[in-house]
Write a protein that binds this ligand. Structure first.
Ligand code: PLP
Length: 395
């Protein structure tokens, strides 16, 4: 540990606040550190390892593709990206897809697409309305889209064309809409910003407003999509359809991949408008195809719903037992526990000690984003460890 910590300090830009733990091996919902200590992983690569670590279908897809063809370029056709495109389109309400390598490339590309739409169909409208406490990624433009001062202030001035308004407030969107507005971009559930849940009708109201104004609705499903919230996409749960959707995180089963998806009417890119060298890479696409196919065929979203509901019951029991738990919330396997004071880090470290990995979202909030293949038994184990960690801070 000490040696790796030193190397990090000496050679790495100090962007990450690391939790002590050097992980060398994973299988299912388990990780092993360099001392062979075993952990239950409720972080899952930040909601990435949807099928857990080193799932056999993902390993096989990667291995086979890596032995066959690793990369050419988008000058040519390659088969894995086309198979993945078909699978995504045939299982969603969107018609077309573009592949990048990360979440932020998907949101940034989605905004570029909306701006093209604005230029072509809305008299040059270019502004995108986003919400406070959202998270859309780390490029300069997506920092402007992300409605959180702590991400924006270090980089001022930011690119123009974004308005951040209160979440869960349809009036705020209405007031912010002008003849320069081309789109509204939202996370169905605000994930990084606190696992903030939308009101019952919020997304439907936003959809209706966008329809009335003739502007686009972009859903950032980078974290909520691919089964995380108990349906393949969160838009299904909330009964709305986006015009454009951003995907990444859980899509690749651990491999880096992102996707912009759009309905035909919004799919206005023509050759030269957008591109990517690595986007649609055969190995990443083969991994994503295997992941998505497994999720669909084995109803892994259904498992996320059932196990997520079961986990929520356990979290609510803990809330009853410990009065300093202010709230537990979430959907499917995107769950959070908020405390009435800033004890999240201390609970996290106690859990780590006892072999459970959790994520600190804020000084007073923990997030639980385990692999979607976990069982009730593994949830019992996690709740048990949480119980002990909470008992320790209660004293
Ligand atoms: C993680 C995340 C992003 C950014 O994805 P990266 O792969 O880190 O660029 C954007 N939007 C949402 C909702 C996310 O959860």
């Amino acid at each position: 540990m000490a040696k790796w910590e030193e190397l990090e300090k000496k050679y790495f830009m100090g962007t990450f606040k690391r939790v002590p733990g050097v992980f060398v091996k994973g299988k299912g919902a388990r990780l092993w550190d360099e001392n062979d200590k075993k952990y239950l992983d409720f972080v899952a690569g930040w909601a990435v390892d949807s099928l857990g670590h080193c799932h056999p279908v993902v390993v096989e897809a990667i291995t086979k593709q890596a032995q066959t063809l690793i990369q050419t370029s988008n000058q040519f056709y390659t088969i894995p990206q086309l198979q993945l495109a078909e699978l995504l389109v045939e299982n969603s309400c969107l018609d077309k897809v573009f592949f990048g390598n990360s979440g932020v490339e998907a949101t940034e590309g989605a905004v570029k697409l909306a701006r093209r739409y604005g230029k072509l169909k809305l008299n040059g409208a270019y502004e995108v309305i986003t919400t406070l406490n959202s998270f859309h990624g780390r490029t300069l433009a997506m920092t402007a889209a992300t409605g959180q001062a702590k991400f924006q202030e270090p980089y001022l001035p930011l690119p123009i064309g974004f308005v951040n308004v209160e979440y869960n407030n349809i009036e705020a969107i209405k007031v912010a809409t002008t003849n320069q507005t081309c789109a509204v971009m939202l996370e169905p559930v605000q994930a990084e910003g606190g696992v903030n849940m939308p009101g019952d009708n919020y997304l439907k109201e936003v959809r209706a407003w966008c329809d009335q104004q003739g502007i686009l609705l972009i859903l950032d499903e980078i974290q909520t999509g691919i089964g995380r919230v108990g349906t393949l996409f969160a838009y299904e749960h909330y009964g709305v359809e986006p015009d454009i959707m951003a995907l990444a995180k859980g899509l690749g089963g651990g491999m880096p991949i992102g996707a912009i998806m759009a309905k035909n009417e919004a799919s206005v890119f023509v050759p030269g408008d957008h591109g990517s060298t690595f986007g649609g890479n055969p190995v990443a696409c083969a991994a994503a195809y295997a992941t998505l196919k497994f999720i669909i065929e084995h109803d892994i979203a259904g498992n996320a719903k059932n196990v997520g509901d079961y986990f929520m019951v356990g979290l609510k029991k803990l809330k009853q037992k410990y009065p300093f738990i202010a709230d537990v919330r979430g959907l499917g396997l995107l769950l959070a526990m908020e405390f009435s004071s800033n004890i999240a880090q201390s609970v996290l470290l106690d859990c780590l000690e006892m072999g459970l990995l959790v994520n600190q979202l804020k000084p007073n909030t923990l997030r639980f984003i385990p692999p979607l293949i976990i069982s009730n038994g593994e949830v019992d184990e996690a709740v048990d460890i949480l119980d002990k960690a909470l008992a320790a801070v209660a004293h």
